[in-house]
Write a protein that binds this ligand. Structure first.
Ligand code: SF4
Length: 332
């Protein structure tokens, strides 16, 4: 029986962290048994913020494939490739660019927030403002039914659905309208709503135990708990959010002890560091084993790139057919 298709991806801009794991990696790799999965490493999209650091991408890509493997990516069942290996993505982006207005792009709340975070000294490039169009092409080229992603990507998913529907409405049905599957958002160590490398509030999947201890030790807790004897409010504490995500079986006990002031924040954090290191240790061991295999990453990407190009070309042929862009009388 034909498996339904799942498509998702990541920008290779640095180390992957616990937020990636909770928000996306955990779910997507669990879904490999039911879906035919395409995992794209979006190297061109990384240039929208890293064009001055393009030579770093090669290292980040290698690290990302190793993180995928350690988190459960199965190269026997699923496809992993680079955006730059599939020129059909750029062709579809060129076509989709005419189906979205500039005001529609500028209304996107994620883009607005990202522009705000750039600060006044930086102006958004054409590539940056347009990346949701490119992302729409990335999402639909493989005609997936299911697209796991972080909650902050929801506006991009909605745009992709709109563009695909508009294309189908104008030219004919080519694209199924994919569904987004949104993962939980992991708070940062500083209490911000989102963990992100660029905020400096992330615990990386490759952090050593002492680094994890130091980062957890600096985490923001309930601001009202100014002394050990003051009862805490776990719902306001980022440490508690991590217990929820990584040790759900301890959640009730931690909350009760916190509310009764039966535990101090220092001990509570030490317990969490232990939980996270217990989670990361087998992950890092698996990763180290994959790292020892010469040519593994290269083989995965070469095979994945070739499969993705074949699938992408199949869709693009249909796109050109319904649009009347095959030019058979001119090109033979
Ligand atoms: Fe947070 Fe734990 Fe302190 Fe409660 S005891 S405020 S859950 S660190």
């Amino acid at each position: 029986m034909k498996r339904a298709i799942l498509m998702t991806g990541d920008r290779p801009t640095g180390q992957m962290h616990l937020g990636h794991y909770v928000g996306s990696l955990k779910n997507r790799f669990a879904m490999q048994k039911d879906y035919r999965c395409f995992f794209m490493i979006a190297d061109y999209q990384a240039l929208t913020t890293h064009s001055d650091r393009s030579s770093d991408l090669e290292g980040y890509i290698r690290e990302m494939v190793l993180d995928y493997l350690a988190a459960g990516f199965d190269p026997e069942r699923s496809v992993c490739f680079l955006q730059s290996q599939v020129p059909q993505l750029a062709e579809l982006t060129a076509i989709f660019g005419n189906l979205v207005t500039l005001p529609r792009l500028m209304r996107n709340p994620t883009i607005k927030q990202e522009i705000e975070e750039m600060g006044v000294n930086k102006r958004p490039t054409f590539g940056f403002v347009g990346y949701p169009v490119s992302q729409a092409a990335d999402i639909v080229l493989f005609r997936p039914e299911c697209v796991p992603m972080g909650e902050d990507q929801r506006p991009h998913m909605e745009l992709a659905q709109e563009v695909a529907a508009r294309f189908n409405g104008i030219y004919g049905e080519v694209f199924p309208i994919p569904e987004g599957v949104y993962g939980e958002r992991m708070v940062g160590t500083d209490g911000r709503r989102k963990m992100s490398k660029s905020y400096g509030n992330a615990i990386s999947l490759t952090d050593a135990p002492e680094v994890v201890e130091a980062k957890v030790g600096g985490m923001v807790t309930d601001p009202g708990r100014v002394r050990r004897s003051v009862p805490g409010r776990p719902e306001l504490c980022s440490v508690f959010a991590y217990y929820r995500a990584f040790a759900a079986e301890q959640e009730d006990a931690v909350a009760a002890d916190c509310r009764a002031a039966a535990v101090g924040c220092t001990d509570c954090k030490a317990g969490l560091a232990g939980v996270l290191n217990t989670f990361l240790e087998p992950f890092q061991e698996r990763r180290a084993e994959f790292e020892k295999q010469p040519g593994l990453v290269r083989d995965i990407l070469n095979l994945g790139g070739s499969t993705a190009r074949i699938e992408g070309q199949r869709t693009l042929e249909q796109v050109k057919e319904v649009m009347g862009l095959r030019y058979e009388s001119l090109l033979g």
